[in-house]
Design a protein around this ligand. Structure first.
Ligand SMILES: Cc1cc2nc3c(=O)[nH]c(=O)nc-3n(C[C@H](O)[C@H](O)[C@H](O)COP(=O)(O)O)c2cc1C
Length: 143
């Protein structure tokens, strides 16, 4: 069975709503998923997975701090050629998705699905459906 890990961080819950909906989409498409907050994820979590999905809101035009820290953990894993995807909630500029995409491509040599998914503020039902579809799209790239 294909396996994905979905690592995210959130301050006010919006990116977490996205994470859970993406998880639903992946699971519906038959992918085994582990969901973890960045502060609790470690290098062993990145072993034996087919895809790594990273989620961060944008704060002060950057990643939320715990996700920035996690990228240094990710530097110790061999993810070359693995599927990657980025998502996050934002308010007005939304840099986090591009930063995550760029880092997965350049630091880890991953095969990143572009564009990533960004949703303004709290996802509506329509936004959550987009997240579930994004999960299915990731599943399609793994299988
Ligand atoms: C102090 C602060 C700084 C922020 N900076 C940005 C920013 O630079 N660009 C942006 O798009 N949104 C910015 N936002 C908005 C958040 O990205 C937005 O509220 C998002 O939905 C939060 O997601 P979360 O609930 O997953 O933490 C900022 C919010 C706060 C409180």
């Amino acid at each position: 069975m294909a396996k994905a890990i979905l690592i995210y961080e959130t301050r006010s819950g919006n990116t977490e709503m996205m994470a859970k909906a993406i998880e639903t989409g992946l699971k519906k498409a038959g992918v085994e998923v582990e969901l973890k907050k960045a502060a609790h994820a470690n290098v062993d979590d990145l072993k034996n997975v087919d895809a790594v999905v990273l989620g961060s809101p944008t704060y002060v035009r950057s990643l939320i701090a715990a996700m920035k820290t996690f990228l240094f953990v990710m530097d110790n894993a061999d993810l070359k050629g693995k599927i990657g995807a980025a998502f996050g909630s934002y308010g007005w500029s939304g840099e986090s998705i591009e930063i995550l995409t760029e880092t997965m491509n350049n630091l880890a040599g991953m095969d990143v699905i572009e564009p990533g998914l960004r949703i303004k503020r709290r996802p509506t039902e329509k936004g959550l459906e987009e997240c579930r579809e994004f999960g299915k799209k990731i599943a399609g790239r793994i299988q």
